[in-house]
Design a protein around this ligand. Structure first.
Ligand SMILES: *Cc1c(COP(=O)(O)O)cnc(C)c1O
Length: 470
């Protein structure tokens, strides 16, 4: 029965809900009553690799990565001198994943010495690596300059001075891109919006009340004139989980207007990075535009705006992360305990079933960080029991340890059943922890119907590995 505790968007499902292709990776299907990934049943995966388990549909991941390169280059054609795609590696990064990115023709964004080291370990050439971050250490900058990383995305005037000084001292040119805040309010959760004024990232293009020029303007002049800076271009990233092209277009306009100002002063910007943040469907409520649609809108917009401003269109780069890794991944959990609580709504008490699984906020902190919604399906069997309003929770010592906030699951879902939570490929493993001393799951990649571990499951011994005085 439909529950008044459920949000409006949640539809009441059939007994055996179809696997929504908008949310599940292309290799996921239901065969012989079980959910399968590229033909491999979830029960077989759990027998071989344990539970909980992160699964990456490698063919799907590669296809999404390749589609960004193809769709954007097709949409832009010869316009703006083409498009480079940088995979935002913070979404999901292992040496294997980085080599898929390299093999599919993408470049890579990193935001720490660790991510940079891993990218190089995967054989990505330094010229194809970007280094982000609002607070890079001297060590990170030193590595980026001496390894000749393709772009150090400088985030503040203070950092620009440090880079100029270090590069001069090392007598090695630093490739510098400037990250600007175009002052666009992306419509997304405030913890993942990054282009309004009152947040920590970037150089503002709006002058301070007591100043004639903006810090972005000052930085552009410093970068253009410094002896050991190779000024590569400008960058903006408006946020994450953005569903259409409007925010990107507004940001691009602000950036191009700024580029036109610089052009009048004989500073020519050759590359414009418009960031990442393309949204994905976590639940049926989400309706992100396809990358090809966004690419076409952006190409049209950039072409019109550069004509209007009478400037050449700079080479474009983009930085998708979530939209490549997210939909390609899913998590398999085993159900442990269930219980029903009664919740008052408009004076009437309604049941909500709590279904506890063997992971939680240690393998996916997004619900607790951003109130993120997910969905789940019973995966090891089908059931003709009545769907009941359920909340899938983890096993951690926090009441906010929620995996799926609202979902209808069959009433007989019980101990030993397997649940699949789709769209967990991005920011799950990447943000995972050992909270409550849980050992982190393995990551299994499935390619052409064959499954292999790319990250092994953590062991109890791993938990002791950094203890000094054992
Ligand atoms: C996080 C981030 C991205 C990627 O965001 P997604 O939502 O994963 O696409 C791209 N660029 C920068 C600078 C970022 O910080």
């Amino acid at each position: 029965m439909r529950s008044p505790l459920a949000p409006q968007w949640l539809t009441f499902p059939d007994n055996t809900p179809a696997l929504n292709p908008k949310i599940f990776s292309s290799g996921v299907a239901r065969d012989d009553d079980q959910v399968t990934i590229q033909g491999i049943p979830v029960t077989e995966l759990v027998e071989r690799f344990g539970s909980p388990l992160w699964v990456i549909d490698e063919n799907d991941f590669r296809a999404r990565a390749r589609a960004y390169v193809d769709d954007f280059n097709t949409a832009f054609g010869s316009l703006c001198g083409g498009v480079d795609v940088y995979y935002a590696s913070k979404a999901l990064l292992t040496v294997q994943v980085a080599s898929w990115i390299r093999e599919e023709g993408l470049r890579i964004d990193t935001a720490s010495g660790g991510e940079m080291a891993l990218a190089m370990r995967a054989g990505i050439e330094p010229a194809h690596i970007g280094l982000h971050g609002n607070n890079k250490s001297d060590g990170e900058l030193h590595t980026a300059i001496t390894k000749r990383i393709g772009r150090i995305v400088v985030d503040s005037l203070a950092e620009l001075h440090r880079v100029a000084h270090m590069a001069a001292k090392l007598e090695t040119p630093a490739n510098v891109m400037l990250r600007l805040t175009p002052g666009v309010d992306a419509s997304t959760h405030h913890h993942i919006a990054t282009a309004h004024e009152d947040q920590k990232f970037g150089l503002s293009i709006t002058p301070a009340p007591d100043a004639q020029t903006s810090v972005a303007y000052q930085a552009a002049h410093i970068a253009a004139e410094a002896s050991h800076i190779n000024f590569v271009g400008l960058h903006s990233h408006i946020g994450s989980q953005i569903f259409d092209s409007q925010g990107f277009e507004a940001a691009a306009t602000r950036m191009l207007e700024f580029i036109a100002v610089l052009a009048d002063e004989n500073i020519h910007i050759e590359e414009l990075d418009i960031g990442g943040g393309y949204g994905i469907a976590y639940t049926e409520a989400d309706d992100p535009a396809a990358p090809a649609v966004i690419a076409n809108n952006l190409a049209r917009h950039l072409s019109a705006e550069t004509d209007r401003l009478n400037i050449p269109c700079p080479r474009i780069s983009i930085e998708p992360g979530r939209s490549i890794a997210g939909p390609a991944g899913l998590t398999i959990y085993t159900v442990g305990t269930t219980k029903t609580v009664w919740v008052e709504h408009a004076g009437v008490h309604h049941p909500r079933r709590y279904v506890a699984v063997d992971g939680g906020m240690s393998d996916n902190p997004r619900p607790v960080l951003y109130d993120a919604d997910y969905t789940a399906v019973l995966a090891n069997r089908v059931s003709d029991a009545e769907p009941v309003l359920s909340r899938v929770v983890g096993k951690h010592c926090e009441s906010g340890d929620i995996v799926v906030n609202t979902v209808y699951l069959p009433e007989d879902t019980d101990h030993g059943d397997l649940l699949v939570v789709p769209a967990t490929g991005a920011y799950g493993h990447a943000m995972s922890s050992n909270y409550n001393m849980l050992t982190r799951p393995a990551i299994v990649a499935i390619k052409d119907g064959a499954a292999r571990e790319i990250i092994r499951r953590e062991t109890i011994d791993d938990l002791f590995a950094r203890e000094v005085d054992l």
